[in-house]
Design a protein around this ligand. Structure first.
Ligand SMILES: CC(C)(COP(=O)(O)OP(=O)(O)OC[C@H]1O[C@@H](n2cnc3c(N)ncnc32)[C@H](O)[C@@H]1OP(=O)(O)O)[C@@H](O)C(=O)NCCC(=O)NCCS
Length: 230
């Protein structure tokens, strides 16, 4: 594929390595460098490219010439990725999305920025996927479903038609939502959990089939304070 754009990857861990691989082999982006917040930076190069201090990127890789991709996982219930995505936007970057050439995306689905869609995802008619969302491999996203910003879907989830997944949620492997199900923001929906009813409360953890709420919040699950004023 012709390389017509230059990309800066934020992060230098496993997901950043995977993002490097996928953008390099299956997109118009040429990865130019990585960047990590100075206090977390433990290497100078990765794949022969510089690993720079995040604090210095605007001078080194001007947002007029480079797009950014924040390759941070669901740590801190997706908050670390959200914070760095917002920091990139504040510096003036356009954030790149990656959509696998092996994903099926219907033409009128909408997909935000800093969103990463792996192989074998099926994204149907009029689906809306927000900014800063990751769909690992093999999910079914049914017609007219909305996945709000900052969500992380793992693999082989079945999200039926007309669902809504609230902002910042984490969906474990092999989870199933029946049609017209809404999950509240910051939901943690456990591996292989199933629901055909909406669970709109914010910040809950569910496991099992039918999904039952655990006696702890998703903030406690991820060891972060309950967010205020978001
Ligand atoms: C939801 C989740 C985060 C909860 O994990 P946890 O903190 O280890 O859960 P707890 O130890 O507090 O478990 C509480 C109870 O729920 C049960 N439980 C936990 N996860 C369960 C699951 N996925 N399905 C059914 N029951 C589950 C536990 O057995 C325990 O039951 P008990 O009180 O009768 O002993 C975890 O189960 C999960 O699904 N993680 C996602 C895994 C995944 O998809 N990984 C892919 C990442 S790419």
């Amino acid at each position: 594929m012709d390389k017509t754009k230059k990309l800066l990857i934020i992060g230098a861990g496993e997901f950043a390595e995977i993002a490097y691989e996928y953008f390099s082999y299956d997109s118009v982006y040429e990865v130019a460098a990585f960047a990590v917040e100075q206090q977390f930076r433990d290497k100078d190069t990765l794949f022969g490219l510089p690993v720079s201090n995040f604090e210095e990127i605007a001078a080194l890789y001007p947002p007029t010439e480079y797009d950014a991709f924040v390759a941070i996982t669901y740590v801190q219930l997706n908050r670390a990725r959200r914070r760095l995505y917002e920091a990139c936007k504040a510096k003036g970057y356009r954030c790149a999305s990656y959509i696998s050439s092996h994903a099926f995306v219907w033409h009128n689905a909408s997909i935000g920025e800093n969103t990463f869609i792996f192989e074998d995802n099926t994204i149907q008619y009029h689906v809306q996927i927000g900014n800063n969302v990751v769909l690992w491999s093999g999910n079914h996203i049914g017609h007219r479903t909305v996945i709000e910003d900052d969500c992380w879907l793992t693999s082989h989830d079945v999200i039926s038609g007309y669902c809504r997944i609230g902002r910042g949620s984490f969906i474990g492997v092999n989870a199933t939502l029946g049609d017209q199900v809404t999950l509240g923001s910051d939901t943690v929906f456990g591996a292989a959990a199933v629901t055909v009813k909406s669970l709109p409360e914010t910040g809950c953890v569910y496991v099992g089939s039918p999904a039952k709420k655990l006696n702890k919040t998703s903030y406690e699950q991820f060891g972060i304070p309950k967010p205020e004023n978001e």
